[in-house]
Design a protein around this ligand. Structure first.
Ligand code: SF4
Ligand code: SF4
Length: 122
């Protein structure tokens, strides 16, 4: 699910508002969009792929990350270059090339986040 829309990086282009298939975002006149319907997110990664400012992070989980998770922390994600990771891996970030084998795995995120329980699917 989408977890972060970074207010520092966001340029208010509203591309994410337009591409989201489930209308998760609301555009705000003169400001950045807001995540208005978090529970409607279907984890399709389209907003992250399209965001030209690498301002969005979609967690690979289909359920919300818990309070305190580093996957909800924009600064922590930015420090680890995880904001816009999906855009990078599909080759949509300028200077990158598409390669399906480069798509993020859950290890990309969970290697530094809260460890998964023993035996949990990855
Ligand atoms: S696509 Fe990215 S830069 Fe544009 S409004 Fe959405 S979060 Fe902000
Ligand atoms: S991941 Fe897909 S469904 Fe979720 S907010 Fe982004 S575009 Fe919308």
């Amino acid at each position: 699910m989408i977890e972060v829309l970074d207010p520092v990086r966001c340029t208010s282009c509203n591309i994410c508002v337009r591409v989201c298939p489930t209308n998760v975002f609301d555009a705000v006149e003169g400001d950045i969009p807001v995540i208005a319907r978090h529970s409607d997110c279907q984890t399709c990664f389209q907003c992250e792929a399209w965001c030209p400012a690498d301002a969005i992070f979609v967690s690979p989980s289909r359920t919300p990350e818990p309070d305190g998770s580093p996957l909800r922390d924009g600064e922590a994600l930015a420090a680890r270059n995880l904001l816009g990771l999906y855009r990078d891996r599909v080759g949509w970030r300028r200077g990158t090339t598409s390669a399906s084998e480069n798509l993020p795995s859950t290890d990309d995120y969970h290697v530094w986040a809260t460890p998964l329980p023993e035996g949990a699917p990855r």
